[in-house]
Design a binder for this molecule. Structure first.
Ligand SMILES: [Zn+2]
Length: 393
């Protein structure tokens, strides 16, 4: 009798667990998941890969893994650093690459430039593919070039990357430089750029910008802004993250902050751990570089060789949820979303090895007691609201 009772209890626990597992998967795959930042285009150009081949083990994402992950909308980042001599031409070269992928995979991908097209792509089970330009230097100080980037499908522009433009200062610059630096924040032309983006229907992205630039944007924009891949400064105080007053200002503006998965933006102890790793392997890195490898490839060789050390160094998965929860508690669930930065970061959190682990985020939010409505806002609803609010019909 007693055995039978134990058996029944065990069965109910298993059934409950199983129902719960199915619940989170059902919710995850029936929700619209929008990831607003992925650098796979740059990675593919650098390494000679293509998004529509199986890149498992080589990258964080590829076309088929996007479907496994339940990603419905991906904003592809168009990026080059500030040293590129022809940044506008380079941006167009990257957009060409995305166009080629879409053309080769008409049943799996669709270029999306507004919320109607976004819903259409989802209905047709295609990856809604959007364009975000990461760095105002790519418009080369020309509103005409900005118009052309819009015409090719760009729907957000990150005003700066780590480098300044002639009209806006970056978080890196404002943090690293003395207060006495001659230009801080947006110039008059910078304000015109923001107004022009508002006019044509391109979202203003405040990730990477300095604090002064951020406040100048907030005081200039007439539309909700996006932080396409930034996290919370109060948990991890790095210049790329947003402070409480900035998060409150984005909420007041009706915008959204899309949480970045980079361990260095999630975990305040990461920087120390990374420096210790570098110190431990400095001699080996030096000899790798002497054999002709550049720094990027030397680092990657060490990350592969010492994979166990790298795994221990990465931020805990729980921190992703903590950053989301911090914003929800501070301003509400309407102002937070996901901008992984996959394929632009070397250290995603533990358990989020690649894009296919995305359902774990839904699972964790569900376990934390978030409502279905809030989860769906965070996964994509908030981003779609901001996209719509910026559209010009
Ligand atoms: Zn970035």
């Amino acid at each position: 009798m007693r055995m039978k009772k134990i058996f029944v209890i065990l069965c109910s626990i298993f059934c409950l667990f199983n129902a719960h597992a199915q619940d989170y998967k059902k919710l995850h795959f029936e929700s619209i998941l929008c990831d607003t930042h992925n650098d796979i285009i740059s990675t593919c150009l650098e390494k000679g890969y293509s998004f529509d081949e199986d890149l498992t083990g080589k990258t964080h994402s590829d076309l088929n893994r996007m479907f496994k992950a339940g990603v419905d909308v991906q904003v592809f980042s168009i990026w080059c650093d500030g040293t590129q001599p022809n940044p506008y031409a380079f941006a167009n070269r990257e957009i060409d690459t995305l166009y080629a992928w879409i053309k080769r995979n008409p049943s799996k991908m669709m270029l999306v430039t507004n919320s109607d097209e976004l819903m259409q792509a989802i209905k047709q089970h295609k990856l809604a593919s959007m364009i975000g330009v990461e760095g105002g230097h790519m418009m080369e100080n020309s509103l005409d070039k900005l118009d052309s980037l819009y015409a090719r499908g760009t729907r957000y522009m990150t005003l700066t990357w780590n480098n300044n433009t002639d009209w806006a200062t970056s978080a890196k610059f404002e943090h690293d430089s003395a207060q006495s630096q001659r230009k801080i924040g947006l110039t008059d032309f910078g304000k015109q750029v923001v107004q022009h983006m508002n006019k044509i229907g391109m979202m203003v992205d405040v990730s990477h910008v300095g604090e002064k630039t951020f406040w100048d944007v907030i005081n200039t924009t007439t539309k909700p802004v996006i932080a396409s891949h930034s996290s919370v400064y109060a948990i991890c105080p790095v210049p790329r993250n947003l402070k409480d007053d900035q998060i409150q200002a984005v909420a007041k503006n009706g915008g959204v902050i899309q949480i970045n998965f980079y361990s260095g933006f999630l975990d305040s102890t990461f920087d120390k751990k990374e420096k210790a790793f570098e110190a431990r392997h400095a001699a080996e890195k030096g000899s790798l570089m002497k054999t002709g490898k550049n720094e990027f490839f030397a680092d990657n060789a060490l990350f592969t060789k010492y994979a166990n050390e790298v795994r221990d160094m990465r931020a805990s998965f729980q921190l992703v949820i903590d950053h989301i929860d911090y914003i929800k508690k501070l301003v509400g669930a309407d102002y937070v979303g996901l901008g992984s930065d996959f394929d632009g970061i070397s250290f995603p959190p533990q358990e989020l090895d690649d894009v296919t682990y995305y359902p774990l985020v839904t699972k964790a939010l569900l376990e934390k007691g978030y409502s279905k409505t809030d989860i769906q806002k965070i996964l994509g609803g908030n981003f779609i609201r901001v996209l719509k609010a910026n559209e010009v019909k």
